[in-house]
Design a protein around this ligand. Structure first.
Ligand SMILES: Nc1nc2c(c(=O)[nH]1)N[C@H]1C(S)=C(S)[C@@H](COP(=O)(O)OP(=O)(O)OC[C@H]3O[C@@H](n4cnc5c(N)ncnc54)[C@H](O)[C@@H]3O)O[C@H]1N2
Ligand code: MOO
Ligand SMILES: [Mg+2]
Length: 403
């Protein structure tokens, strides 16, 4: 009996559930970009750790100004990176630099633009804004306190997060190990780009598109291979790739053709199938499984649009799940014009971005089928349309996946 196909959401959930967790490793600050944190980062200090001067100028006691004083003798210079001076007289001020610790006894900073200095005395300009207490001071601990959770486990480390780890005084952080990924094309019609082609052959393009996406998303432990549609060769080569990699991404050989051997060979090699086929166009024959030693295996349909769509919709989230990343909110976008969905399958529709009165919207760029990858040129990704038949109206808000 034919069972109901999974929806894209169900397929994604199955991948997230079964994608094997990669081990954690301690990496230095310079290698953290794009990694997924596998420990919580707890603040070791208040942030800022001291009352930090935010303008180059003079610091003085606000109560002296409040009592009517507008000129101050400059009693010293407080640079950044040195212990604080102490203001001895309320009629004095201390010249201060941005990033310096606020001198003891001062609670107010006026920038140099708002003073005039003559004979060692700083006079506040008449046209300057009136100072207030804590003026131009970034107070100790107002951003975060010692003991606060700065970054939770599962957080992706972008530039701001890496800077936060460094500011916490850490040289390393515990993150998910980068997966070793092999991208494998299958098919007797495929020839390495640059080699001579017979009329019935085509260049092996999918692998290079997949590698470009993986690099764009921060994966660098990558290799690739090509295997012909031959059972013994497939068994031998896929067996060896399973031994040497955490993740296998295959393209082609997963549909109904006589030479579509990939699902059969993977199962012979002990890769447990989690699902085969998803109610979607393109990419219906998508196959996903988990190897004996936890290798995650994504066998993508070979048609080039299907390969890139399935990579983006399923493999990228699966890789993030393997790293232990907290799932991201899916972006949504409004369609710039209505679109008719004919099949009773979810449809992934490539789009460009266009500005309309409603803001930035997605302009449909339908392909002439899943073999037509030249129509993808210039697209930014695709939207996911619900199964038809139906007309999706132009103001519909839709899940949006970027390449
Ligand atoms: N009788 C049926 N036939 C097909 C069905 C079906 O349900 N019943 N599904 C169709 C769908 S949908 C897709 S998608 C494809 C999937 O095919 P495979 O995953 O088996 O891939 P291949 O047969 O090996 O190749 C399909 C197509 O893609 C080209 N290709 C493959 N690899 C590459 C590559 N690395 N670079 C460039 N192009 C590649 C290949 O030459 C074929 O033209 O099956 C449909 N058939
Ligand atoms: O669904 Mo297939 O991916 O159209 O060619
Ligand atoms: Mg096929």
């Amino acid at each position: 009996m034919a069972s109901r196909l999974l929806t894209p959401a169900e397929a994604e959930a199955a991948i997230r559930q079964h994608a094997t967790q990669l081990p954690a490793v301690r990496l230095p600050l310079t290698e953290l970009s794009g990694a997924v944190l596998r420990e919580s980062i707890i603040s070791t200090r208040d942030q800022p750790p001291f009352d930090r001067v935010t303008m180059d100028g003079i610091a003085f006691s606000f109560s002296a100004w409040e009592a009517g004083r507008s000129s101050f003798r400059i009693a010293g210079t407080q640079a950044a990176g040195v212990a604080p001076l102490t203001l001895r007289e309320s009629s004095d001020c201390i010249e201060v630099m941005t990033g310096a610790m606020l001198p003891i006894g001062c609670d107010c900073v006026v920038p140099v633009e708002n003073i005039e200095v003559q004979d060692g005395v700083a006079q506040l300009r008449d046209d300057a804004p009136a100072p207030v207490r804590e003026f131009n001071v970034h107070g100790r601990g107002i951003d975060s306190r010692r003991g606060d959770l700065l970054l939770p486990s599962g957080c992706r480390l972008g530039p701001a997060e890496v800077a936060v780890v460094a500011s916490n005084g850490q040289t390393h952080a515990l993150v998910a190990q980068a997966p070793n990924i092999v991208v494998i094309s299958t098919g007797d019609e495929l020839v390495e780009p640059g080699r001579p082609l017979e009329d019935w052959q085509i260049s092996r393009s999918n692998v290079y598109g997949v590698l470009a996406s993986l690099r764009r998303h921060g994966y660098s432990a990558l290799s690739h291979d090509h295997v012909p549609d031959d059972l013994p060769t497939l068994r031998e080569r896929l067996g060896s790739h399973l031994e040497n990699n955490d993740v296998l991404i295959l393209s082609g050989g997963v549909s109904m053709g006589r030479f579509d051997y990939v699902p059969q060979v993977l199962q012979e090699l002990g890769v447990r199938m989690m699902f085969h086929k998803v109610a979607q166009r393109p990419g219906k024959p998508l196959w996903f499984g988990v190897g004996r030693d936890g290798q995650t295996v994504y066998a993508l349909p070979g048609n080039p649009v299907s390969t890139l769509v399935c990579l983006t919709r399923y493999v990228l989230p699966g890789l993030q799940a393997s790293q232990g990343a907290t799932p991201l909110e899916v972006e949504t976008i409004t369609l710039a014009q209505s679109y008719e969905v004919k099949p009773s399958l979810a449809v992934f529709l490539p789009v460009t971005l266009t500005r309309t009165v409603a803001g930035l919207c997605a302009m449909p760029q339908p392909t002439r089928g899943s073999g037509d990858f030249t129509s993808l040129i210039g697209t930014v990704g695709f939207v996911e349309l619900p199964p038809g038949p139906r007309v999706v109206q132009e103001d519909a808000s839709l899940p949006f996946y970027r390449w």
